[in-house]
Design a protein around this ligand. Structure first.
Ligand SMILES: Cc1cc2nc3c(=O)[nH]c(=O)nc-3n(C[C@H](O)[C@H](O)[C@H](O)COP(=O)(O)OP(=O)(O)OC[C@H]3O[C@@H](n4cnc5c(N)ncnc54)[C@H](O)[C@@H]3O)c2cc1C
Length: 382
């Protein structure tokens, strides 16, 4: 079976790995296409911006991956024909027996006037820029501003504010600075009342202001003012933005998107086009946009393709469960366990910060790096 995976991010890498293990080069001929030459974990952007590591350290080049039956091409996808299962790139065209769209979510900088001239920490480039800007910030008002929902990794703006508190404290300038978060949601993590409560307590302890309920809709860099949807003006000296998200343009132009993202059956991740699946941030499944959900969805699609090709076990239904780690500052890591699909209510249960969760988060990254082929399996222990 020729499987074409669009995007070598969280979802694409997990899918390629699982298919390779199940019969790469034999049952499956897998082609993964990505415009980039390296993967970067989302949470590494926070580490880079606060100078805990460098971009070179966290870039994971695709050239390291060598898996049976898998080839990774660095090409930019310019058109998707979901009826013909055909994809056009800047280098040619590709056809498949199964097509899996795992292109993530892009940022719509122009949707928020002024954002292009301010700082954002959601792209690799933006986080790396901030690594140079933050050392120059010694006094004034820092504003963590979310410009729209949905956005990737709902805890990340809270983590950014708490880590900024630590960063400024360590440099001895915290008393000369204010930190404020503005977000579209009324609570830091709406489906998890206990995680929201714990974060609000952490903000209060750290002297961080929280204003929920309306996104930032415009930024006047000249005046140093960001305006939220309800008309409130927030003065700032340093803006740390979360851009509005949308599906990549090539997806929007393909006719696959409905209400902004690709609509799929939540149990199977199959789109309305037979043989075409979508996983991760590019899909609308009713789960948050986070890597752990992209990975879980990719495993279900892998099961479906293995079943189709090798007549093995029937695939289970995607359960929408996943765990997100939350940096609470001062080296503390908590976890929120999300379950949005299996019961009548969306639930998010907080595991409070502990040393065990610090270790678990390290293992989370290391185990994926090893599994996806970025480093030898033995390295996962570290
Ligand atoms: C600050 C921050 C912290 C985060 N922390 C966490 C965390 O702790 N845990 C967690 O689970 N998630 C976290 N996330 C979210 C996580 O990074 C994403 O949700 C996850 O990467 C989504 O996986 P995906 O496979 O859907 O898409 P992605 O991983 O974004 O991959 C999509 C790929 O498609 C490629 N692509 C897009 N368009 C094209 C095109 N036209 N042609 C070719 N290639 C293209 C891109 O280059 C990219 O490699 C965080 C995100 C941020 C920003």
């Amino acid at each position: 079976m020729r499987v074409l995976i669009l995007g070598a991010g969280f979802g694409g890498l997990e899918l390629a790995t699982t298919l390779s293990e199940a019969g790469g080069g034999d049952a499956f001929d897998v082609t993964v296409i990505d415009r980039g030459d390296a993967f970067v974990f989302g949470y590494s952007k926070l580490d880079v911006m606060f100078g805990r590591t460098t971009l070179d350290e966290v870039r994971l080049p695709y050239s390291a991956i060598s898996k049976p039956g898998v080839r990774i091409l660095q090409e930019t996808i310019t058109a998707i024909d979901p009826e013909a299962l055909r994809v056009t790139t800047d280098a040619g065209s590709h056809e498949a027996d199964a097509l899996v769209v795992a292109l993530g979510a892009d940022y719509d900088y122009e949707a928020t006037p002024g954002l292009l001239d301010a700082n954002e920490f959601y792209s690799v480039h933006g986080a790396n820029e901030l690594a140079h800007v933050l050392p120059t910030f010694t006094e004034g008002r820092a504003l963590v501003g979310v410009c729209g929902a949905p956005y990737k990794c709902p805890p990340a703006p809270s983590e950014c504010a708490l880590l900024l508190h630590d960063y400024l404290t360590e440099r001895g300038v915290r008393d000369a600075c204010e930190i404020t978060i503005v977000t579209p949601f009324g609570k830091p993590i709406p489906p998890s009342p206990d995680a929201s409560e714990a974060l609000l307590t952490a903000f209060s302890d750290a002297g961080i202001g929280f204003h929920g309920g309306s996104p930032i809709v415009s930024i006047d860099n000249g005046r140093g003012v960001a305006v939220s949807g309800d008309g409130t003006e927030y003065p700032f000296d340093l803006f740390l933005g979360v851009p509005r998200h949308h599906a990549p343009a090539v997806v929007l132009e393909s006719g696959m998107a409905e209400e902004g993202y690709i609509s799929v059956a939540s149990a199977t991740l199959e789109s309305k086009f037979p043989g075409v699946y979508a996983v991760g941030d590019v899909a609308t499944v009713g789960v948050p946009k986070a890597g752990i959900f992209a990975e879980g969805a990719a495993r279900i699609v892998a099961q479906a393709l293995i079943h189709r090709q090798k007549h093995g076990d029937a695939p289970g239904a995607y359960d929408g469960k996943g765990a997100c780690y939350i940096e609470f500052g001062q080296g503390r890591v908590g976890r929120v366990d999300i379950d949005f699909l299996s019961g009548p209510n969306k639930t998010g249960t907080l595991m409070p910060p502990s040393d065990a969760l610090v270790t678990e988060k390290v293992h989370f990254g290391a185990s994926r790096r090893a599994r996806w082929g970025f480093e030898p399996a033995g390295a996962a222990a570290g």
